[in-house]
Ligand binder design. Structure first.
Ligand code: GYE
Length: 331
Protein backbone atom coordinates (compact mmCIF):
# COMPACT_ATOMS: atom_id res chain seq x y z
CA UNK A 1 0.00 0.00 0.00
CA UNK A 2 1.32 3.45 -0.86
CA UNK A 3 2.11 5.85 1.99
CA UNK A 4 -0.71 8.26 1.06
CA UNK A 5 -3.28 5.48 1.09
CA UNK A 6 -1.93 4.15 4.37
CA UNK A 7 -2.26 7.57 6.02
CA UNK A 8 -5.87 7.90 4.80
CA UNK A 9 -6.70 4.42 6.08
CA UNK A 10 -5.28 5.23 9.52
CA UNK A 11 -7.15 8.58 9.74
CA UNK A 12 -10.42 6.96 8.67
CA UNK A 13 -10.06 4.18 11.19
CA UNK A 14 -9.39 6.68 13.97
CA UNK A 15 -12.45 8.74 12.97
CA UNK A 16 -14.70 5.71 12.68
CA UNK A 17 -13.62 4.22 15.95
CA UNK A 18 -16.41 6.14 17.75
CA UNK A 19 -16.62 9.16 20.05
CA UNK A 20 -16.15 8.72 23.71
CA UNK A 21 -15.05 5.13 23.40
CA UNK A 22 -11.46 4.12 23.67
CA UNK A 23 -9.78 4.95 20.36
CA UNK A 24 -8.43 1.76 18.82
CA UNK A 25 -5.78 1.95 16.16
CA UNK A 26 -6.57 -0.37 13.30
CA UNK A 27 -4.69 -3.57 12.78
CA UNK A 28 -1.97 -3.23 10.16
CA UNK A 29 -4.04 -2.22 7.11
CA UNK A 30 -1.55 -3.94 4.83
CA UNK A 31 -2.79 -7.17 6.34
CA UNK A 32 -6.47 -6.69 5.57
CA UNK A 33 -6.10 -4.81 2.30
CA UNK A 34 -4.31 -6.62 -0.49
CA UNK A 35 -1.32 -5.01 -2.17
CA UNK A 36 -2.30 -4.40 -5.79
CA UNK A 37 0.40 -5.34 -8.32
CA UNK A 38 0.15 -5.02 -12.10
CA UNK A 39 2.44 -7.48 -13.86
CA UNK A 40 3.22 -7.17 -17.58
CA UNK A 41 4.81 -10.40 -18.79
CA UNK A 42 6.51 -10.44 -22.18
CA UNK A 43 4.75 -13.56 -23.46
CA UNK A 44 4.78 -17.35 -23.23
CA UNK A 45 7.49 -18.18 -25.77
CA UNK A 46 9.40 -20.76 -23.73
CA UNK A 47 9.27 -23.22 -20.84
CA UNK A 48 11.47 -20.74 -18.99
CA UNK A 49 8.87 -18.02 -19.43
CA UNK A 50 6.05 -20.25 -18.24
CA UNK A 51 8.05 -21.12 -15.10
CA UNK A 52 8.76 -17.42 -14.56
CA UNK A 53 5.06 -16.52 -14.79
CA UNK A 54 4.10 -19.32 -12.41
CA UNK A 55 6.74 -18.23 -9.92
CA UNK A 56 5.43 -14.66 -9.87
CA UNK A 57 1.80 -15.79 -9.62
CA UNK A 58 2.61 -18.15 -6.73
CA UNK A 59 4.57 -15.54 -4.78
CA UNK A 60 2.13 -12.66 -5.33
CA UNK A 61 -0.95 -14.73 -4.49
CA UNK A 62 -4.12 -13.80 -2.64
CA UNK A 63 -3.03 -15.88 0.35
CA UNK A 64 0.16 -13.85 0.52
CA UNK A 65 -1.84 -10.61 0.64
CA UNK A 66 -1.72 -9.59 -3.01
CA UNK A 67 -4.18 -8.70 -5.72
CA UNK A 68 -2.25 -9.50 -8.91
CA UNK A 69 -3.35 -8.13 -12.26
CA UNK A 70 -1.60 -10.24 -14.92
CA UNK A 71 -1.18 -9.10 -18.53
CA UNK A 72 0.48 -11.23 -21.22
CA UNK A 73 1.98 -8.91 -23.89
CA UNK A 74 2.28 -11.69 -26.48
CA UNK A 75 5.75 -10.51 -27.54
CA UNK A 76 4.64 -6.97 -28.37
CA UNK A 77 6.37 -4.06 -26.66
CA UNK A 78 3.34 -1.87 -27.50
CA UNK A 79 1.16 -4.22 -25.45
CA UNK A 80 3.54 -3.89 -22.52
CA UNK A 81 3.47 -0.09 -22.73
CA UNK A 82 -0.34 -0.15 -22.92
CA UNK A 83 -0.56 -2.50 -19.93
CA UNK A 84 1.73 -0.28 -17.84
CA UNK A 85 -0.37 2.79 -18.72
CA UNK A 86 -3.50 0.92 -17.68
CA UNK A 87 -1.88 -0.07 -14.37
CA UNK A 88 -1.08 3.62 -13.80
CA UNK A 89 -4.72 4.56 -14.49
CA UNK A 90 -5.85 1.84 -12.10
CA UNK A 91 -3.50 3.35 -9.49
CA UNK A 92 -1.95 0.02 -8.58
CA UNK A 93 0.50 -0.08 -5.68
CA UNK A 94 3.38 -1.61 -7.70
CA UNK A 95 4.18 -2.35 -11.32
CA UNK A 96 6.25 -5.41 -12.23
CA UNK A 97 7.40 -5.95 -15.79
CA UNK A 98 9.78 -8.03 -17.86
CA UNK A 99 10.90 -5.79 -20.75
CA UNK A 100 10.87 -7.46 -24.14
CA UNK A 101 13.73 -5.30 -25.41
CA UNK A 102 16.14 -2.87 -23.76
CA UNK A 103 15.02 0.33 -25.55
CA UNK A 104 11.89 2.48 -25.72
CA UNK A 105 10.78 2.59 -22.08
CA UNK A 106 11.68 6.12 -20.99
CA UNK A 107 8.30 7.85 -21.47
CA UNK A 108 6.13 5.22 -19.84
CA UNK A 109 8.54 4.78 -16.93
CA UNK A 110 8.51 8.53 -16.39
CA UNK A 111 4.71 8.39 -16.29
CA UNK A 112 4.86 5.71 -13.59
CA UNK A 113 7.34 7.78 -11.63
CA UNK A 114 5.12 10.88 -11.86
CA UNK A 115 2.20 8.79 -10.59
CA UNK A 116 4.38 7.71 -7.63
CA UNK A 117 4.15 4.01 -8.48
CA UNK A 118 7.31 1.97 -7.87
CA UNK A 119 8.36 -0.19 -10.81
CA UNK A 120 10.12 -3.52 -10.29
CA UNK A 121 11.77 -4.89 -13.39
CA UNK A 122 12.40 -8.62 -13.64
CA UNK A 123 14.30 -11.03 -15.87
CA UNK A 124 15.60 -8.68 -18.59
CA UNK A 125 17.32 -5.35 -18.21
CA UNK A 126 16.81 -2.03 -20.05
CA UNK A 127 19.29 0.57 -21.36
CA UNK A 128 21.56 1.97 -18.70
CA UNK A 129 20.35 5.55 -19.16
CA UNK A 130 16.77 4.61 -18.13
CA UNK A 131 17.62 2.35 -15.21
CA UNK A 132 17.25 5.22 -12.75
CA UNK A 133 13.50 5.21 -13.50
CA UNK A 134 13.13 1.72 -12.07
CA UNK A 135 12.96 1.08 -8.33
CA UNK A 136 14.52 -2.40 -8.44
CA UNK A 137 15.74 -5.05 -10.86
CA UNK A 138 15.79 -8.80 -10.28
CA UNK A 139 17.17 -10.93 -13.08
CA UNK A 140 20.16 -12.50 -14.74
CA UNK A 141 23.57 -11.33 -15.86
CA UNK A 142 23.33 -12.56 -19.45
CA UNK A 143 26.82 -11.52 -20.48
CA UNK A 144 28.18 -13.57 -17.62
CA UNK A 145 26.06 -16.55 -18.72
CA UNK A 146 27.52 -16.27 -22.23
CA UNK A 147 31.03 -16.06 -20.86
CA UNK A 148 30.51 -19.25 -18.87
CA UNK A 149 29.51 -20.99 -22.10
CA UNK A 150 32.52 -19.69 -23.99
CA UNK A 151 34.94 -20.72 -21.23
CA UNK A 152 33.46 -24.22 -21.17
CA UNK A 153 33.84 -24.53 -24.94
CA UNK A 154 37.46 -23.36 -24.78
CA UNK A 155 38.32 -25.95 -22.16
CA UNK A 156 36.45 -28.75 -23.94
CA UNK A 157 38.31 -28.08 -27.21
CA UNK A 158 41.58 -27.95 -25.30
CA UNK A 159 40.84 -31.25 -23.55
CA UNK A 160 40.10 -32.79 -26.93
CA UNK A 161 43.35 -31.39 -28.36
CA UNK A 162 41.40 -29.34 -30.90
CA UNK A 163 42.30 -25.87 -29.67
CA UNK A 164 44.07 -24.97 -32.93
CA UNK A 165 41.67 -26.71 -35.33
CA UNK A 166 39.08 -24.70 -37.26
CA UNK A 167 35.87 -24.33 -35.22
CA UNK A 168 32.78 -23.58 -37.28
CA UNK A 169 30.00 -22.15 -35.16
CA UNK A 170 26.29 -21.75 -35.90
CA UNK A 171 24.70 -19.12 -33.69
CA UNK A 172 20.93 -19.12 -33.12
CA UNK A 173 20.00 -15.87 -31.42
CA UNK A 174 17.08 -15.04 -29.14
CA UNK A 175 14.59 -12.19 -29.59
CA UNK A 176 16.66 -9.41 -31.13
CA UNK A 177 17.18 -6.43 -28.87
CA UNK A 178 16.31 -8.30 -25.67
CA UNK A 179 18.85 -8.09 -22.88
CA UNK A 180 19.13 -11.90 -22.92
CA UNK A 181 20.07 -11.90 -26.61
CA UNK A 182 22.41 -8.91 -26.33
CA UNK A 183 24.43 -10.36 -23.43
CA UNK A 184 24.67 -13.93 -24.70
CA UNK A 185 25.52 -12.73 -28.22
CA UNK A 186 28.19 -10.29 -27.01
CA UNK A 187 30.04 -13.04 -25.15
CA UNK A 188 30.15 -15.32 -28.20
CA UNK A 189 31.03 -12.59 -30.68
CA UNK A 190 33.90 -11.43 -28.51
CA UNK A 191 35.22 -15.00 -28.24
CA UNK A 192 35.02 -15.46 -32.02
CA UNK A 193 37.09 -12.30 -32.43
CA UNK A 194 39.63 -13.50 -29.90
CA UNK A 195 40.17 -16.94 -31.48
CA UNK A 196 41.65 -16.80 -34.96
CA UNK A 197 40.45 -20.37 -35.64
CA UNK A 198 36.81 -19.80 -34.56
CA UNK A 199 34.47 -18.89 -37.38
CA UNK A 200 30.83 -17.80 -37.37
CA UNK A 201 29.42 -20.14 -40.03
CA UNK A 202 25.88 -18.76 -39.68
CA UNK A 203 24.01 -16.39 -37.38
CA UNK A 204 20.19 -16.37 -37.39
CA UNK A 205 17.40 -15.35 -35.04
CA UNK A 206 15.38 -18.22 -33.54
CA UNK A 207 13.17 -15.89 -31.47
CA UNK A 208 13.61 -18.06 -28.35
CA UNK A 209 11.24 -20.69 -29.77
CA UNK A 210 11.70 -24.31 -30.77
CA UNK A 211 9.68 -23.89 -33.99
CA UNK A 212 11.63 -20.89 -35.29
CA UNK A 213 14.99 -22.45 -34.42
CA UNK A 214 14.01 -25.66 -36.24
CA UNK A 215 13.08 -23.59 -39.28
CA UNK A 216 16.31 -21.54 -39.39
CA UNK A 217 18.53 -24.54 -38.62
CA UNK A 218 16.88 -26.53 -41.42
CA UNK A 219 17.66 -23.69 -43.82
CA UNK A 220 21.27 -23.41 -42.60
CA UNK A 221 21.80 -27.16 -43.07
CA UNK A 222 20.81 -26.80 -46.71
CA UNK A 223 23.81 -24.45 -47.12
CA UNK A 224 26.34 -26.40 -45.04
CA UNK A 225 26.71 -29.41 -42.79
CA UNK A 226 30.28 -28.55 -41.89
CA UNK A 227 29.44 -27.46 -38.33
CA UNK A 228 31.36 -28.03 -35.09
CA UNK A 229 29.31 -26.02 -32.58
CA UNK A 230 25.72 -24.79 -32.37
CA UNK A 231 25.29 -22.02 -29.79
CA UNK A 232 21.58 -21.57 -29.04
CA UNK A 233 20.42 -18.74 -26.81
CA UNK A 234 17.79 -20.82 -25.02
CA UNK A 235 16.59 -24.39 -24.52
CA UNK A 236 13.67 -24.19 -26.92
CA UNK A 237 16.05 -23.18 -29.68
CA UNK A 238 18.48 -25.98 -28.79
CA UNK A 239 15.70 -28.57 -29.05
CA UNK A 240 14.55 -27.15 -32.41
CA UNK A 241 18.12 -27.10 -33.76
CA UNK A 242 18.72 -30.68 -32.58
CA UNK A 243 15.49 -31.83 -34.30
CA UNK A 244 16.73 -30.26 -37.55
CA UNK A 245 20.25 -31.69 -37.25
CA UNK A 246 19.05 -35.21 -36.47
CA UNK A 247 16.66 -35.05 -39.40
CA UNK A 248 19.62 -34.07 -41.59
CA UNK A 249 21.64 -37.04 -40.29
CA UNK A 250 24.03 -35.12 -38.00
CA UNK A 251 24.97 -36.48 -34.58
CA UNK A 252 24.69 -34.07 -31.65
CA UNK A 253 27.33 -34.96 -29.08
CA UNK A 254 30.03 -32.99 -27.29
CA UNK A 255 32.21 -36.13 -27.36
CA UNK A 256 32.02 -37.07 -31.05
CA UNK A 257 29.59 -34.89 -32.96
CA UNK A 258 28.21 -31.37 -33.09
CA UNK A 259 28.69 -29.60 -29.75
CA UNK A 260 25.37 -28.01 -28.74
CA UNK A 261 25.38 -25.21 -26.15
CA UNK A 262 22.20 -23.90 -24.57
CA UNK A 263 20.85 -21.60 -21.84
CA UNK A 264 18.02 -21.92 -19.26
CA UNK A 265 18.47 -25.51 -17.96
CA UNK A 266 14.83 -26.53 -18.01
CA UNK A 267 14.08 -30.16 -17.14
CA UNK A 268 13.38 -31.24 -20.72
CA UNK A 269 16.64 -29.81 -22.03
CA UNK A 270 18.60 -31.30 -19.13
CA UNK A 271 17.21 -34.67 -20.18
CA UNK A 272 18.85 -34.03 -23.59
CA UNK A 273 22.03 -33.11 -21.72
CA UNK A 274 21.91 -36.42 -19.83
CA UNK A 275 21.50 -38.22 -23.15
CA UNK A 276 24.59 -36.35 -24.42
CA UNK A 277 22.80 -34.32 -27.11
CA UNK A 278 23.28 -30.98 -25.38
CA UNK A 279 26.89 -30.50 -24.29
CA UNK A 280 26.40 -27.59 -21.93
CA UNK A 281 23.29 -25.94 -20.50
CA UNK A 282 23.97 -22.71 -18.62
CA UNK A 283 21.33 -22.18 -15.99
CA UNK A 284 19.10 -19.11 -16.15
CA UNK A 285 16.89 -19.09 -13.09
CA UNK A 286 13.24 -18.11 -13.74
CA UNK A 287 12.11 -18.50 -10.12
CA UNK A 288 12.03 -14.79 -9.41
CA UNK A 289 8.64 -14.46 -7.66
CA UNK A 290 9.97 -14.79 -4.08
CA UNK A 291 12.52 -12.02 -4.70
CA UNK A 292 9.78 -9.66 -5.90
CA UNK A 293 7.67 -10.49 -2.84
CA UNK A 294 10.65 -9.74 -0.61
CA UNK A 295 11.38 -6.40 -2.30
CA UNK A 296 7.73 -5.32 -2.00
CA UNK A 297 7.66 -6.26 1.69
CA UNK A 298 10.82 -4.28 2.33
CA UNK A 299 9.39 -1.26 0.51
CA UNK A 300 6.15 -1.58 2.50
CA UNK A 301 8.17 -1.50 5.73
CA UNK A 302 10.17 1.46 4.47
CA UNK A 303 13.37 -0.55 4.51
CA UNK A 304 16.23 -0.06 2.07
CA UNK A 305 16.30 -2.52 -0.81
CA UNK A 306 18.96 -4.06 -2.99
CA UNK A 307 18.40 -2.15 -6.24
CA UNK A 308 20.01 -4.67 -8.58
CA UNK A 309 19.78 -8.34 -7.75
CA UNK A 310 21.43 -10.88 -10.03
CA UNK A 311 20.18 -14.36 -9.23
CA UNK A 312 22.78 -17.04 -8.63
CA UNK A 313 23.04 -19.51 -11.48
CA UNK A 314 24.99 -22.66 -12.20
CA UNK A 315 25.65 -24.81 -15.27
CA UNK A 316 25.26 -28.44 -16.32
CA UNK A 317 27.34 -30.41 -18.78
CA UNK A 318 26.81 -33.78 -20.39
CA UNK A 319 29.90 -35.26 -18.72
CA UNK A 320 28.83 -34.59 -15.11
CA UNK A 321 25.02 -34.32 -15.08
CA UNK A 322 23.03 -36.96 -13.17
CA UNK A 323 19.38 -38.02 -13.09
CA UNK A 324 19.14 -36.81 -9.47
CA UNK A 325 20.17 -33.30 -10.52
CA UNK A 326 17.32 -33.19 -13.03
CA UNK A 327 14.75 -34.67 -10.66
CA UNK A 328 15.52 -32.15 -7.94
CA UNK A 329 14.69 -29.19 -10.15
CA UNK A 330 11.39 -27.30 -10.18
CA UNK A 331 11.05 -26.33 -13.82
O1 GYE B 1 16.37 -17.53 -21.62
C1 GYE B 1 14.30 -17.61 -22.72
C2 GYE B 1 13.17 -16.69 -22.66
O2 GYE B 1 14.77 -13.47 -20.81
C3 GYE B 1 16.02 -15.05 -19.62
O3 GYE B 1 13.66 -15.44 -22.37
C4 GYE B 1 14.88 -14.82 -20.51
C5 GYE B 1 14.90 -15.61 -21.77
C6 GYE B 1 15.07 -17.10 -21.59
O4 GYE B 1 12.10 -16.90 -23.34
O5 GYE B 1 13.94 -18.94 -22.65
Amino acid sequence: MKKGKLAIAVCLAVLLSGCGREVQLPVDPAKDKPIVVGFSQVGAESEWRVANTESVKAALSEENGYDLIFEDARQEQENQIRAIRTFIQQDVDYIVFSPKVTTGWKTVLQEAREAGIPVIMIDRDIEEQDRGLVTAFVGSDFRNEGEKAVRWLESLLEMQGRESDPVRIVHIQGTMGSAAQIGRTAALEQAVQQHANWEMAAQECGDFTRAKAYEVMTAILKQTKDIDVVYCENDGEALGAIDAMEEAGLKCSAADGVIVISFDATKLALQYCLEGKIGLDVECNPLQGPYIDEIIRQLERGEPIEQVKYIEETQFDCFTITREMIDSRNY
